[in-house]
Design a protein around this ligand. Structure first.
Ligand SMILES: [Zn+2]
Length: 197
């Protein structure tokens, strides 16, 4: 199975960053997701997983181009043997929302099954009290979302919102060594399970 990693946003994307906290720390989504992506890829490769980054640039690559890149690889390896994982941090703009969530495209597909793998790992790995934001209206925990990266990719695709960067507690955890390790572990263990390792 081939794993495609999409790290959303670029250094030139407006917004997509946490407030600057009183201790001077700040999370930039493009930078954070690249750090997580690199760690996830490194660990997966060590486990023999075929993994490839869709966005190697630090700049914002348009969604249409990201889907084009993903589809070219997916068609090459066979769309059924491919999973795209898009890594993000959430923001509510109020600072009050918190928690972790995962999205798939509308309707039922293999992606929903894969998303449930991620959900189960996240639930097991996060410390007690971490909010798990599920949408159970269609009897599984992922949100059905009409996002281009989920809709316009030919292979299975999930998009993960790893906690809220504009919530101070979530952000502090995201930036901690413990938090980063947990986020990496959720992605690595989920993908290993999906790839049957
Ligand atoms: Zn994002």
């Amino acid at each position: 199975m081939k794993i495609l990693i999409d790290n959303g946003h670029g250094e030139d994307t407006p917004g997509k960053r946490s407030p600057k906290w009183p201790d001077g720390t700040q999370l930039f989504e493009w930078k954070y997701t690249r750090e997580i992506a690199l760690r996830v890829e490194t660990e997966l490769r060590e486990q023999g997983i075929d993994v490839e980054r869709i966005v190697k640039e630090n700049t914002d690559i348009p969604l249409s181009e990201r889907c084009k890149r993903a589809n070219a690889i997916a068609v090459n390896v066979g769309v059924k043997n491919c999973l795209l994982v898009s890594i993000h941090n959430n923001a509510s703009n109020t600072g009050r929302a918190s928690g972790w969530e995962i999205h798939t495209y509308l309707g039922k597909s293999k992606s929903d099954e894969y998303a449930t793998n991620f959900w189960d790992e996240a639930k097991a790995i996060f410390p007690m009290g971490t909010k798990m934001r599920g949408d159970w209206t269609d009897k599984d925990p992922d949100f059905d979302s009409n996002f281009a990266i989920l809709r316009d990719t030919k292979c299975a695709a999930v998009l993960i919102e790893n906690l809220f960067m504009d919530n101070q507690d979530d952000c502090r955890y995201l930036l901690s060594d413990e938090g980063k390790a947990a986020i990496v572990k959720i992605h690595v263990l989920s993908i290993l399970k999906i790839a049957g390792k």
